[in-house]
Design a protein around this ligand. Structure first.
Ligand code: FEC
Length: 294
């Protein structure tokens, strides 16, 4: 009898403050780290209150547990940059007897610089010992679009959709990332009947190369200069509360908005909301419903 399991993947977050240097080294993949960038990162995590344990990893665990209940299948969490690693999740799924494994990332948009990294780690860990059904992107999933549309419907502010920036070179690689982000934004705006919206990137890293823009901070200045006074931020490239939401938007962007005299609000992230978890479960079920190659 065949047995299915899910490896639910997330970026990962340091569990406590002392983990930040090793976590950052993992993200950098051996490339050098400027000491001031490390200090700055430690300070951001400290101010979010992760001295002893991570509220951010706890959200991923709640999402995993809710998806497992909804599906009635084993769901194992695998983190790209922290523990439990994607390889540990794969090992746990295999140890549980799974012969078909759905790989689903808690990030809806495909890029060779993001989702492909998750896929490579999972493929390597499975090493052909189970059939892998990897979901490359789910940016236009109807139920996901519905979840976000409900959060912006009726907004009387200008809506800014956001996502993590990436080095600009992805465009020359023909990467679908930016197109998929704009597509999600358009679908959500249409479904919610929101006409007054724009898109900007956020969370660019100091890596010394150009990143996709406009960055949210420049974009807010620009909107203010054009007379906009009230903004609702709807991150479409993220699904949970983590550093990029709780710091980059709730602290950095909020501080700038206050300086500018701009009223700024953001949607509640989907996290482990039942409707969002149901959307993830439906993606898994559809992925499993496709017949195996003979
Ligand atoms: O809450 C947390 O603790 C983690 C929040 C977090 C998420 C996240 C998502 C994405 N990233 C993406 C791309 C890049 C690229 C670099 C990069 C660097 C960082 C650093 C931190 C960090 N990212 Fe991240 N990212 C999160 C956190 N990210 C911390 C390093 C310090 C800093 O720059 O602030 C540059 C790597 C390099 O140095 O070469 C590129 C993309 C996503 C959205 C997709 C996904 O979730 O996988 C794309 C959450």
């Amino acid at each position: 009898m065949s047995s299915d399991a899910v490896v639910l993947m997330a970026y990962g977050s340091p569990e406590r403050l002392a983990d930040v240097p090793a976590y950052y080294a993992d993200i950098r993949g051996g490339r050098p780290i400027a000491p001031e960038n490390l200090e700055d990162l430690v300070e951001r995590y400290r101010r979010l209150g992760i001295e002893e344990s991570s509220p951010l990893n706890a959200i991923t665990e709640r999402t995993r547990a809710a998806l497992e209940r909804e599906l009635g299948l084993p769901v194992h969490t695998g983190m790209k940059h922290w523990t439990p690693r994607i390889s540990e999740a794969a090992a746990a799924a295999l140890a549980g007897g799974a012969d078909t494994i759905v790989g689903l990332v808690l990030a809806p948009h495909y890029s060779a610089l993001s989702i492909k990294g998750y896929r490579d780690q999972l493929e390597q860990a499975l090493d052909g010992r189970a059939e892998l059904r990897f979901v490359d992107s789910w940016h236009d999933d109807d139920a996901f679009v519905d979840v976000l549309a409900d959060k912006v419907r009726g907004a009387d502010e200008h809506v800014v959709f956001t996502a993590h920036s990436l080095p600009e070179r992805v465009l020359a690689m023909g990467d679908p990332y930016k197109e998929q982000l704009l597509e999600t934004s358009r679908l959500v705006a249409e479904r919610a009947g929101v006409a007054d919206w724009s898109f900007s990137f956020q969370s660019e890293s100091p890596t010394g190369e150009p990143w996709l823009g406009p960055d949210i901070l420049d974009h807010l200045r620009d909107l203010h200069a054009r007379g906009v006074r009230r903004v609702l931020v709807c991150p479409v490239g993220f699904v949970s509360d983590h550093l990029e939401i709780r710091w980059d938007l709730d602290v950095e962007a909020a501080e700038l908005a206050q300086e500018l005299g701009l009223e700024l609000r953001r949607i509640e992230m989907p996290n482990d909301e039942p409707r969002f978890v149901a959307a993830l479960a439906a993606i898994v079920r559809r992925t499993l419903a496709v017949p195996s190659p003979a």
